[in-house]
Design a protein around this ligand. Structure first.
Ligand code: 5RP
Length: 223
């Protein structure tokens, strides 16, 4: 199966975690796009979704799925999103699509995080994928130095030759060369550096379940 077919497989499998009558939290990315397409088949059974990005909101609305603001609803039963890396404990790196801040907000508002990923995303230890960090632009140079002190090399993410601007009006640093041996401690530390909006380690908001797309079908990992 191609990577695209594996993404479609887990996007479809995630429907089993959507409870009729409940608003569903929806992530961002190419895997989630497959889930959104599948979700459209049960749009008459749910009030709608809370979305983690402008892009997912547009796709949900285009398919006739109502979108609620996070502030309009209380706790969500489930949040469904992809990952750039996931380890055997359910810790993840996210933010390849620059939506990490809203993703973490909706994940924190949800009882369960269902991660949907193809098997290339499963890793022994987090850190091979460049770690996305959303930052306040005036702090960029200092944060690059702070990551260098940890042995990391941070690059400002560009789009069409200019700094990428997130849905929140901020910038993204992508950091390579980090050894993330203790994801919880790492997330806590970097989160309190002034100028960091969100670090793309999801350890405090880790996955509850991962639906992993493999050539022999969908594997369900529970954490
Ligand atoms: C977006 C994300 C995505 O979930 C992550 O990048 C995985 O994306 P894809 O499903 O396209 O591989 O964190 O900010």
């Amino acid at each position: 199966m191609t990577q695209d077919e594996l993404k479609a497989l887990v996007g479809q499998a995630a429907l089993q975690y959507v409870t009729p009558g409940d608003i569903v939290g929806v992530g961002t990315g190419s895997t989630v796009n497959k889930f959104i397409d599948a979700l459209a088949t049960m749009k008459d059974q749910i009030p709608g979704a809370v979305s983690s990005s402008v892009a997912s909101t547009a796709r949900l609305k285009a398919l006739g799925i109502p979108v609620f603001e996070a502030n309009e609803v209380a706790e969500l039963s489930v949040y469904i999103d992809g990952a750039d890396e996931i380890d055997a404990q359910g810790h993840m790196i996210k933010g390849g699509g620059a939506a990490l801040t809203r993703e973490k907000i909706v994940a924190a508002q949800s009882r369960r995080f269902i991660c949907i990923a193809d098997e290339s995303k499963m890793v022994k230890a987090l850190g091979a994928f460049p770690l996305p960090v959303e930052v306040i632009p005036m702090a960029t140079a200092r944060l690059i130095r702070q990551f260098a002190a940890l042995g990391g090399k941070a690059h400002l993410r560009l789009k069409d030759g200019a700094p990428l601007v997130t849905d929140n009006g901020q910038h993204i640093l992508d950091v390579t060369g980090l050894q993330i041996t203790d994801p919880l401690a790492f997330e806590s530390e970097v989160n309190q550096w002034p100028g960091v909006v969100t670090v793309g380690v999801f350890a405090h908001q880790k996955a509850s379940v991962c639906l992993l797309g493999t050539n022999s079908g969908v594997k369900t990992l529970t954490f």
